[in-house]
Design a protein around this ligand. Structure first.
Ligand SMILES: CC(C)(COP(=O)(O)OP(=O)(O)OC[C@H]1O[C@@H](n2cnc3c(N)ncnc32)[C@H](O)[C@@H]1OP(=O)(O)O)[C@@H](O)C(=O)NCCC(=O)NCCS
Length: 216
C-alpha cells in the first residue's frame, strides 16, 4: 500500500518528498529565495510562471514558440517520483521564479537536465545553484551522468555548464549543442563548488548585515 502523504505545513507533501532538499537560499547577488522540490500543488504556480516568461525564454527552453503549457505538460512537470524524475523550484514570496529538473533515461544512470528562470530573475546565479543541487541529488540517487541539449546561441546556459567544475564535453549539430558530463563530486568539482558556496555565504552575510543595520 502506498504510504500516506506527509503533512508539511498546510500542504500535503507527496510520498517520497525529499524534505532535505528544501531551504532558504541567498543568490550571489544577495537576493533571498526559497528552494524546494516541486509538488503537484505547484501546477497553478507553474502555469503562471510559464505564461509570464518572455517569448525568447520559452523558445530557448523548448526550441519553439510555446506560450502556454498543455495540461499533460503541467502534470508531467509537477508530478515526479523524486528518484528518476526530480524538479526543484525556486520561489520568491511564494511565486515560482525558476525550475530545474532531471529526468533519468530509463534503465540507465544518465539523466537529462533542463532549466528555466523567470526573465526578471536571470543572471542572479539561480541556474548555477539549481545545477549544483540537482547534481548532488542525482548522484545520491545513482545517476552518474548529466546530458543536456541547448541552442548554440544560448551562451548563458552553455556557460553555466562549462563553469560548473564538471568536465563537460560538447558536440554541435547545426544550431544545437549537446553537452555531457559526469557528476561525481570529485576534487576538481569540489574546489569550484567551494568558491561558489563561499560567494553565496558572503552574499547571505552581507544581506544579514544590511537587515540588522535597519533594525532598531
Ligand atoms: C539559461 C538560463 C537557465 C540561465 O539561468 P540564470 O539563472 O540566469 O543563470 P546564472 O545566473 O546561474 O548564470 C548565468 C550567468 O552566469 C555566468 N556564469 C555561470 N557560471 C559561472 C561561474 N562559475 N563563474 C562566472 N560566471 C558564471 C554565465 O556566463 C552568465 O553570465 P551573466 O549572468 O553575466 O550573463 C536562463 O537564462 C533561462 O531560463 N533562459 C531561458 C530558458 C533556457 O534557455 N533554458 C535552457 C534550456 S536547455
Amino acid at each position: 500500500m502506498p504510504e500516506d502523504p506527509e503533512v508539511r505545513g498546510t500542504v500535503l507533501a507527496p510520498p517520497g518528498y525529499p524534505a532535505d532538499l528544501e531551504r532558504d537560499v541567498v543568490s550571489p547577488t544577495g537576493e533571498r529565495y526559497h528552494l524546494r522540490p516541486i509538488r503537484p500543488d505547484d501546477a497553478e504556480r507553474l502555469v503562471a510562471f510559464h505564461v509570464r516568461l518572455s517569448t525568447r525564454s520559452t523558445y530557448l527552453r523548448f526550441f519553439r514558440v510555446h506560450p502556454v503549457l498543455s495540461d499533460d505538460e503541467v502534470e508531467r512537470f509537477t508530478c515526479v517520483d523524486y528518484r528518476d524524475r526530480l524538479a526543484l523550484v525556486v520561489l520568491r514570496d511564494d511565486v515560482l521564479v525558476a525550475v530545474g529538473r532531471f529526468d533519468r533515461t530509463p534503465d540507465t544512470s544518465e539523466a537529462e537536465v533542463a532549466f528555466v528562470v523567470a526573465d526578471a530573475h536571470q543572471h542572479h546565479g539561480l541556474a548555477r545553484l539549481l545545477l549544483d543541487e540537482l547534481a548532488r541529488a542525482a548522484w545520491e540517487r545513482g545517476i552518474t551522468v548529466f546530458v543536456a541539449e541547448t541552442l548554440a546561441e544560448n551562451r548563458p546556459m552553455i556557460e553555466v555548464f562549462l563553469a560548473s567544475g564538471f568536465r563537460v564535453t560538447t558536440s554541435r549539430e547545426y544550431d544545437t549543442v549537446s553537452l555531457r558530463f559526469g557528476i561525481e563530486p570529485d576534487e576538481a568539482y569540489r574546489a569550484v563548488l567551494a568558491k561558489r558556496e563561499a560567494a553565496r555565504r558572503r552574499a547571505a552575510a552581507s544581506r544579514d548585515a544590511e537587515g540588522n543595520a535597519g533594525q532598531c
